[in-house]
Ligand binder design. Structure first.
Ligand SMILES: *Cc1c(COP(=O)(O)O)cnc(C)c1O
Length: 341
């Protein structure tokens, strides 16, 4: 993407955020060491802080959420085990089948309910008896938020209790768990109750350029470290990156509420357009149904106004820390212009 002087409004994802000046200053000033030797003080601080915030004994920093999720699958499951997961879950659908390819772990996907949850009865039915015909059901993997929707703590507590009662471990893909916690008005710790491991992305709404953390017990993280090495995720003076993650955890969580307000503002604006059907957003994502015949005109109009979006009939628009309420108003105006044409 060219550097634009007139501000580019990039609504494709919350991964497009650029590190702020203060975040870059924290990166430049980071104390570093060789993290493969465990010597990087900034990585160690980030891991300790993440463990504390999410109420786990330990945490591990890795380059991406795909890698932290894969490490979690590989740590919880052995070859021939299976994990129960939603059809739309990132770990199942958007990570190139890594668990199956690299771990010989079989996914057992099940359909989501309208609120994004997996029905307890469906989870129960998917857990296979101990019989040599079957893969061994080993893990329940949930995602929060999923498609911008928040899973309620009463639900995640019930689902993880069910899994534990049946001898399964539990993993949360919490790429956007901070959005969920802010929306629910609860602590991060309370938002992840019941999960044996939690993956959190620092590089989405939290605004860091790179990185995810995987939280779990000391024993879990010790094994996870071996998998991270095997996957090529051992980095050297990674404190430069970890400093951004620490900055993100210390400064950019409460402000997610602004992204949620901007999502609501955008949804209200778009709902004035008769041809568009827009759902009420729960967090930082707006989903809008656009008539297929209008998509290319809309894309052109947005493009001319410096607005980047993935325009399709079921359109996802993502708010983040580089989008202001004025940008939202410009976006609404561009939509209205396109639909008035
Ligand atoms: C983005 C994302 C991930 C991990 O993505 P990376 O791009 O590999 O960091 C995992 N789960 C969910 C739900 C995500 O949105």
């Amino acid at each position: 993407m060219a550097e634009v002087t007139g501000k580019l409004i990039d609504l494709r994802s919350d991964t497009v955020t650029r590190p702020s000046r203060d975040m870059r200053a924290a990166m430049a000033a980071a104390e570093v060491g060789d993290d493969v030797y465990g010597d990087d003080p900034t990585v160690n601080r980030l891991q300790a802080r993440a463990a504390e915030l999410f109420g786990h004994e330990a945490a591990l920093f890795a380059p991406s959420g795909t890698q932290t999720n894969l490490i979690a699958l590989l740590t919880h499951c052995q070859r021939g085990d299976e994990y129960i997961v939603g059809q739309e879950a990132h770990t199942y659908k958007y990570e190139a089948g890594g668990g199956a390819v690299l771990g010989s772990i079989q996914p057992q996907p099940i359909a989501h309910q309208a609120d994004g949850s997996l029905a307890l009865a469906d989870i129960e039915r998917a857990i296979k008896p101990d019989d040599f015909h079957f893969a061994r059901s080993r893990l329940l993997a949930l995602e929060n938020t999923l498609g911008g929707r928040v899973l309620a703590p009463v639900y995640t507590e019930a689902a993880t209790r069910l899994a534990h009662d049946r001898g399964l471990a539990t993993h949360l893909d919490g790429a956007r768990i901070c959005n969920a916690a802010v929306k629910l008005g609860i602590s991060l710790r309370d938002a992840v109750t019941g999960f044996d491991s939690v993956s959190v992305c620092l590089s989405k709404g939290l605004g860091a350029p790179v990185g995810s953390v995987l939280c779990g017990s000391r024993e879990f993280v010790k094994q996870a470290l071996r998998w991270r090495k095997m996957l090529g995720g051992g980095m050297r003076q990674a404190g430069i990156l970890a400093a951004a993650g620490l900055y993100a955890l210390e400064h950019n969580i409460p402000r997610l509420a602004e992204d949620h307000e901007n999502a609501a503002r955008l949804a209200r604006g778009l709902s004035d357009i008769a041809q568009i059907k827009v759902a009420t957003p729960e967090t930082n994502m707006v989903f809008a149904d656009i008539p297929a015949g209008q998509c290319s005109l809309l894309e052109d109009t947005l493009g001319r106004r410096g607005i980047l979006a993935q325009v399709d009939p079921h359109m996802r628009i993502v708010l983040h820390l580089d989008i202001s309420s004025a940008d939202v108003d410009r976006t609404i105006a561009a939509f209205k212009e396109s639909f008035a044409a």
